[in-house]
Design a protein around this ligand. Sequence first.
Ligand code: WTA
Length: 665
Amino acid sequence: MSLHLEACVSDPTAGGLENLLSEDRRFPPSAEFVAQANATADLYSWANADRPAFWAEQARDLISWSTPFQEVLDWSQAPVARWFADGRLNAAYNAVDRHVEKGRGDRVALHFEGEGGDTRTITYADLQREVSKAANALTALGVGTGDRVAIYLPLIPEAVFTMLACARIGAPHSVVFGGFSAEALHSRILDAEATLVVTADGGFRRGAPSALKPAVDEALAKGPTSVEHVLVVKRTGQDVEWTEGRDVWWSDVVDPASDQHTPVEVDAEHPLFILYTSGTTGKPKGIFHTTGGYLTQAAYTHLNVFDLKPETDVYWCTADIGWITGHTYVVYGPLVNGATQVIYEGTPDTPHRGRWWEIIAKYGVTILYTAPTAIRTCMKWGEEIPGQFDLSSLRVLGSVGEPINPEAWMWYRRVIGGDKAPIVDTWWQTETGAIMISPLPGVTETKPGSAQVPLPGIAADVVDDDAHPVPNGAGGYLVLTEPWPAMLRGIWGDEERYKDTYWSRFRGLYFAGDGAKKDDDGDIWLLGRVDDVMNVSGHRLSTTEIESALVSHPWVAEAAVVGATDDTTGQAVVAFVILRGDAGVGESSPDEVQLELRNHVAKEIGPIAKPRQVLVVQELPKTRSGKIMRRLLRDVAEHRAVGDATTLADSSVMDLIAQGLSTPS
Ligand code: WTA
């Protein structure tokens, strides 16, 4: 694994470090907010006094156990943790049934807003019926406890029903983002050996139906898989191809199923889901999470970081269920806490650029959780747009997915939060399962751009190359120093890769892959990835995965991909390719080559991975051992003077690249 902490910490544009050093704006919580806040400063001392006991208390308080646990943390098989291992429970019971049993069946669980303006209101009692029906249908389709179900759906209520139906029968789900290609879906189905795929004819995207089912057909046509059935929700009414015996309509099997179902009790350490994420190699990692610890931390963080009041708040997290944020903060956290939330199928600019703010005004959203890239996009569109809507209901604002630059933070606070709603900048990962580092509203004096402090119960630090904690004012690598309940339990089917990726860099410490800095108060500032993972619009993409996609095209001999700083998306994918001499590129112009290769990546991985630019070069900068020096390519992609190139095998290569770029062939 190549690390480029140097580039990350010394380059002000990479993490805005220069800005960060001079950032002295502070926002203490208002007395009014403090008076009603869920979290108090005592949480820190309580958790510090006895961390496992603190988590045990949260687990008893926030989660209903069919068999209470006696064991708290078993770290004897480190780095694989077991939390609350002798307890038994069901995640869907916790997210749905218990609220109905407590007389809260009439509370709205989901306000669904379709892109075209169609809506559905789903109460907890409705959710119980829908999830039960889906669980009965899944069972009838042969899915048993422990079997894996792939979910490839738009953000519609059926996506939530399906995830919870899986949890209800103890079948781990593997949600694949609807924007991923057939190829990506295929590899995920194979890796998890899924027996059922749940999909839809399509979803609505930018005002038009966008098909999903063809990608499932294509994925399953690539070769034999363990899939027995494809369950299809009718959403757009698009024509679909049908494989008799394999494909079934949701309306034929779920709608008529019984709405009575008893949740299956599982062990706390039973896998709840697998979610694939990009790593430093070409093959995505199936991060898997288990039940008891994950739910505990999901509920605890959702309650305290967002100051949730389930009776009165209307919460909205804009993430898709295809990402971890959608798992923890659309499905499990909010529903386990009995919250009322909005889910929205579409894009922020359909049919107009005020759509999100219109939704907030319409439902009286009080808590908004979104990503810096969305905030920067809205900044670009202009503050007159949100200015047309009544956003006064908002009282807590969250940010996740990438570092939020202080200017975007200030804009979010002033324009969206009316200069009063506290902002929580939450750092975490697919692997951590839930929020790890964040201010607590009502407790922490916030600083624009910093995620600041590990939550009560979480232990993090910033260390140097030798694993020594850095002093205040210095930068290094972010590590987690104690096990936490929602931590991943491994990489599906690859125990060694789990150890190598996260636990081999620093002995006994979890290596997150992020650069970070401690300021003079000891607060943590995240500076971006230090490995070969890019962060584009808050989505993790692997340079190697995109390089593999590029070289799978017959025209391409070699490819190198870098993440270049981008004002809106944080980073953008820039690819450098060497074409094959005999490739048959023929008369194609550089623009045509670029278009062809960009589309090829979209087809292989998904549109989110499409390079912003594909630059054809004669040579790539390599060290004597043959390693591509991406740092130099990043300099080119960001139009900077090229840095130290003395370790190159052939130091004239950078001149060649620069010449080639300035004189289009
Ligand atoms: C980045 C998303 C800075 C980070 C929940 C991490 C952040 C990766 C923040 C995980 C934040 C996430 N500030 N960087 N508040 N939140 N990141 O797995 O690089 O999709 O390692 O999980 O996003 O991305 P993932």
